[in-house]
Design a protein. Structure first.
Length: 364
């Protein structure tokens, strides 16, 4: 930790935009190191995406190359503008901004992953160094480019054997008794649930109330559980392309034959089954992400899996990923490994990301 010894702390703003398209999460965090890493979330907020921006992001994977490039820079300027507003509202002087970006393509089998929201635009607007593009090096080291959160689970949340994030996609970190960790995507989560909620004119199934009224449809449940992805060994990851090709058609067909509540209940059961299949022993399970607020889904996970389920504060449920991307930036800035071979399947542990330094204005 020699690169950190002369610093009392690092103050970093983490930015996260996930597949659920809930909006941009901003977390102003302070990190210190004294034999172990400690963190404070000083301030946090979510900026909801406008309907036009959400629509543009949803269909960008089938747009023109020009629209893709244009949106990349426009989203970066949006991120930068929102960071400036955020900083103006709080008393926080950031050393760095650490941005995940927003994933459009994720096909690690062909060494491809792209996150838009160009870091150079953020750096130019904020005049703060930006660390971004965390996943690209990993896929070129023949890794999955995901999940990246496990290093944070290992170093910031080591009291939990299991750390589960229920975002658009569900991913889990599992610690072993030797101090190691493995991690992967367990499958669908809010991306599927929100798709069904949208058919009822809702952004999401609040608290799982719609799912609670439904009944499990066995044929659909079997189709979901038999998806080829679930038979693959870890490390493994999925993206929107996989969801659109493999899961969306099953959901759309089911909605023709069953009520939205029945489909939601079945999806929740599938999600819980796939999570429970990865939990082979007792231990503490930390659940974060928007899905942690789905009471019905959490009840099904508690019923099926053997671990002790722990739900943290609402702040941590909502901003754990933004916090950990701030931490990935901290590790990058202090020249520490922030991407684990055991989690992504890459050829080695490494430091992911690039630093985009802002220009320095000349003083008059």
């Amino acid at each position: 930790m020699s690169h950190f010894k002369d610093m009392k702390e690092l103050r970093i703003i983490g930015l996260m935009s996930g597949t659920s398209l809930d909006g941009l999460d901003l977390a102003a965090c302070t990190f210190t190191f004294d034999n172990q890493w400690c963190f404070t979330i000083n301030h946090c907020k979510t900026v909801a995406y406008s309907m036009s921006l959400k629509s543009a992001l949803q269909c960008l994977d089938t747009s023109t190359a020009f629209e893709y490039a244009k949106t990349d820079h426009e989203l970066g300027r949006f991120f930068g503008s929102e960071v400036n507003k955020f900083i103006s509202e709080i008393d926080f002087k950031a050393d760095y901004i650490s941005s995940h970006g927003h994933t459009i393509f994720h096909q690690p089998e062909i060494n491809l992953t792209t996150q838009i929201g160009h870091p150079s635009a953020i750096a130019a607007l904020t005049e703060i160094p930006v660390i971004g593009d965390f996943r690209t090096v990993d896929v070129h080291l023949n890794g999955q480019g995901a999940p990246l959160v496990p290093i944070g689970d290992l170093l910031l949340f080591n009291e939990y054997k299991y750390c589960l994030n229920l975002g658009g996609i569900a991913n889990i970190s599992i610690k072993d008794d030797q101090g190691g960790i493995r991690a992967f995507d367990t499958g669908i989560a809010n991306m599927a649930l929100n798709l069904v909620a949208h058919t009822e004119g809702k952004e999401y199934d609040s608290g799982g109330e719609m799912a609670k009224k439904g009944s499990i449809k066995t044929a659909l449940l079997e189709q979901l559980n038999k998806l080829a992805y679930h038979q693959l060994p870890a490390p493994k990851s999925i993206g929107k392309e996989w969801f659109d090709a493999e899961v969306k058609p099953l959901i759309n067909k089911a909605l023709k034959d069953h009520s939205s509540s029945d489909v939601l209940a079945t999806l929740c059961e599938h999600i819980a089954i796939q999570i429970a299949a990865q939990i082979s022993s007792s231990g503490k399970l930390l659940i974060t992400g928007g899905g942690a607020k789905n009471i019905f889904l959490i009840q099904r996970i508690k019923k099926i899996c053997s671990a002790e389920v722990n739900l943290p504060s609402v702040e941590l449920i909502d901003f754990k990923e933004a916090l950990i991307f701030a931490f990935l930036g901290t590790l990058h800035a202090t020249h520490q490994t922030n991407t684990l071979q055991a989690a992504t399947g890459s050829s080695c542990d490494h430091i992911g990301g690039c630093i985009y330094s802002p220009f320095t204005r000349k003083k008059n």
